[in-house]
Write a new protein. Structure first.
Ligand SMILES: C[S@@+](CC[C@H](N)C(=O)[O-])C[C@H]1O[C@@H](n2cnc3c(N)ncnc32)[C@H](O)[C@@H]1O
Length: 225
């Protein structure tokens, strides 16, 4: 469930304006060859201030972004307007996507589901599956267990690998849930996607004082559903 703490984050912090390299590679490999890019429909859940939407719109794709944060969406709208680009922006909760079944060719989750409990994340990823066309692709980037800060993090009762704050980790503070994904949780979280590929990115930051670990899960909705 979206947490209003995100509004405070976007009100007080300048957010990154560029897409992650893994997303650029994924979109390039799977969609750059499309005959008519404007006919390829992307949805980004938890689009924040729009870094990934700007990239998609710049590349000529049809982009829709959903976020719970009005402030983030206002920032995304301003950025798109400055660059004379367009994308549909909707305020809502990724747990109940306001889109028809089979509406999108690709759903992107760049660190949205991780900010939700396990049960809520499961629901978000099921919703992503529902709105994908048969054969459509999910790109999901999600923080992994082992990311710095677990030892001193304030745990959320009743949940594995889930924290309310991780002051010694690479995360912003005060927006609610930080859920790290363990490898054995991937088949459950992404269970709707029978065809999956799983990679990871591990890097250090701040002069090696923290380690950031992320899964890159790519799922395909089966052609028959
Ligand atoms: C870590 S930020 C990532 C923003 C963006 N994807 C990017 O790469 O710059 C997480 C975003 O997901 C949004 N979010 C988290 N849970 C959500 C939910 N259940 N419904 C809608 N938005 C959500 C937050 O408001 C925030 O904008």
């Amino acid at each position: 469930m979206w947490n209003p703490g995100w509004d405070d984050v976007f009100r007080t912090k300048q957010w990154g304006a560029y897409p992650p390299e893994e997303l650029v590679r994924f979109v390039g490999r799977n969609f750059f060859a499309a005959e008519d890019r404007s006919a390829v429909r992307f949805l980004e859940i938890g689009c924040g201030p729009g870094a990934n939407l700007v990239f998609l719109a710049q590349e000529g794709f049809s982009a829709t972004g959903l976020d719970g944060s009005k402030i983030a969406l206002e920032q995304a709208a301003a950025r798109l307007k400055d660059l004379r680009l367009s994308a549909q922006l909707d305020q809502g909760d990724a747990m109940a996507l306001p889109y028809a079944e089979a509406a999108f060719d690709c759903v992107i989750d760049v660190e949205c589901a991780y900010a939700n409990t396990f049960a809520d994340s499961r629901r978000i990823l099921s919703e992503a599956h529902r709105v994908l066309k048969p054969g459509g692709l999910l790109f999901s980037k999600a923080f992994m267990t082992g990311t710095s800060g677990e030892a001193t993090g304030r745990r959320l009762d009743g949940e594995n690998n889930t924290y309310l704050e991780m002051p010694d980790g690479p995360f912003n503070m005060g927006y609610g849930i930080i859920r790290l994904t363990a490898e054995e949780e991937i088949p459950v979280l992404y269970g709707d996607f029978a065809e999956r590929s799983v990679d990871f990115v591990i890097r250090s930051d701040r002069n090696r004082s923290v380690e950031v670990r992320e899964w890159i899960v790519i799922g395909r909705k089966s052609a028959g559903r």
